[in-house]
Design a protein around this ligand. Structure first.
Ligand code: ATP
Ligand code: MG
Length: 420
């Protein structure tokens, strides 16, 4: 069939864009009540930002990035996630010089070269939140509750919050040794990826999908039981603040990110009904990230939520979003004079903020009425020679069938009255 959309991408048509708009508008509303402000960063960045900001040993950097050389010979990467860019923008523009903390949110497309399947695409959309310049555990609980608030407001049910602390470079070093010691006798039983990870990044063995159900996994040392005093206190406080909000969580020692700049709190919100790709959002603290991408020592925490997965969950749970895609009025016309008059009325009605439409294809009255139905019109009028001569028209309420005759010159007022 000629040219098609690239694998792993898709077009979004109006019957679905309304859902996206609903989600985006609700995000803006809820995030602003938590005082998070929108930031927009470039869709592409220098490749080095992601290599350092996500980490060379992660799946994203190892296998999933859309990287290319631009005409100027620079290595450029389409953003696979939002956090690295937000932190770069914060540092580059010296936002740390202003009063802290800084609370941002973003909404946009991300790009990862992955095998497309349900809930996994090559271009997908995330909405996310980041707080920079605060290491208070109350912020950790706030940002988790913000994500859950959005999902609950959409009507999502049966969500599970998984919570862990991955400590700091200090306590993780000790834990790492302990973990390597523990896995040593099982090396042969691990998948080949994990045998590879054993030296480079042993914590990641814990969240390996291929190995996670093996018996020796469940008795591996738990990082949240090996925290240093500072991390322990922080974690206890995060849990206390979640309790204050009445948010339940499941302690999940296998929820890890093995890199030095991920610190303390790690979390995921899961909806099991989604199958293999069941994480709706994930995030955590990254107190070492700002330094890693070349700047100051600034604490941070954030999450990213997959918007396609939210919409899949909405569908899966049979939730009807309160979306109104109706129009206020459809004008059916008979004859050229009526068509010209209607055309002028449309302009006036639209300037009065009404959603209105007419026929442009010279259809019969009957099929114009069908068009009115298809456009989900709340009211309709028929305009012909007779109506124009008498200066009147009949407004028909399409739902109730009720009809009222009005003066044509009052059409805008009469319609405005009905819509408000
Ligand atoms: P996964 O285990 O699904 O690969 P991840 O660890 O790569 O997730 P993050 O980088 O934490 O995911 O991204 C946050 C969220 O973005 C995910 O929880 C998911 O909802 C969504 N997401 C990630 N990758 C994709 C993708 N390729 N297609 C659609 N949504 C995605
Ligand atoms: Mg992934």
């Amino acid at each position: 069939m000629g040219i098609t959309a690239p694998r792993g991408t898709k077009d979004i048509f109006p019957e679905d864009t309304v859902k996206w708009q609903y989600l985006e508008n609700l995000t803006k509303k809820i995030f602003s009540s938590y005082n998070y402000k929108e930031i927009r960063t470039p869709i592409f960045e220098e490749t080095a930002l992601f290599q350092r900001g996500i980490g060379e040993t992660t799946d994203i950097v190892e296998k999933e990035m859309y990287t290319f050389e631009d005409k100027g010979g620079r290595s450029i990467t389409l953003r696979p996630e939002g956090t690295a860019s937000v932190v770069r923008a914060f540092l580059e523009n010296k936002i740390y010089g202003q009063a802290q903390p800084t609370k941002y949110f973003y909404i946009g497309s991300m790009f990862r070269y992955e095998r497309p399947q349900a809930g996994r695409y090559r271009e997908f959309h995330q909405l996310g939140a980041e707080v920079l310049g605060a290491d208070n555990p109350a912020i950790d609980a706030e940002i988790i509750s913000l994500g859950i608030h959005l999902l609950e407001e959409l009507g999502l049910k049966d969500l599970e919050l998984h919570l862990n602390s991955v400590g700091c470079p200090k306590c993780r070093k000790v834990y790492r040794e302990k973990l390597m010691e523990y896995f040593k006798p099982y090396l042969e039983d691990l998948c080949s990826d994990c045998q590879d990870r054993y030296e480079r990044n042993p914590l990641r063995i814990l969240d390996c999908k291929a190995d996670r159900d093996k018996e020796f996994m469940s008795t591996a040392p738990k990082i949240y039981e090996e925290l240093c005093e500072e991390c322990e206190t922080h974690f206890a406080n995060v849990k206390k603040h979640l309790d204050l909000l009445g948010i339940d969580y499941i302690l999940d020692a296998n929820l890890v990110r093995g890199l030095d700049y991920y610190t303390k709190t790690a979390f995921e919100v899961i909806y099991k009904g989604l199958g293999a790709q069941d994480t709706i959002f994930g995030g955590g603290r990254y107190d070492g990230l700002a330094q890693e991408v070349g700047g100051k020592d600034i604490p941070g925490i954030g999450f990213a939520m997959g918007m396609e997965r939210i919409l899949l969950t909405i569908e899966e749970q049979g939730i009807e979003l309160p979306i109104d895609d109706s129009i206020d009025l459809f004008i059916t016309t008979i004859g050229e004079r009526a068509e010209e008059e209607a055309f002028k009325y449309l302009a006036k009605l639209r300037k009065a903020d009404l959603k209105v439409e007419m026929d442009y294809l010279g259809r019969s009255v009957k099929s114009q009425m069908k068009t009115a139905d298809r456009n989900n019109a709340n009211y309709s009028i028929i305009l012909g020679e007779d109506e124009l001569d008498k200066g009147v028209a009949t407004i028909r309420n399409m739902k109730s069938g009720e009809q009222v005759e009005i003066k044509l010159e009052n059409l805008v007022e009469e319609m405005t009255k009905r819509i408000d």
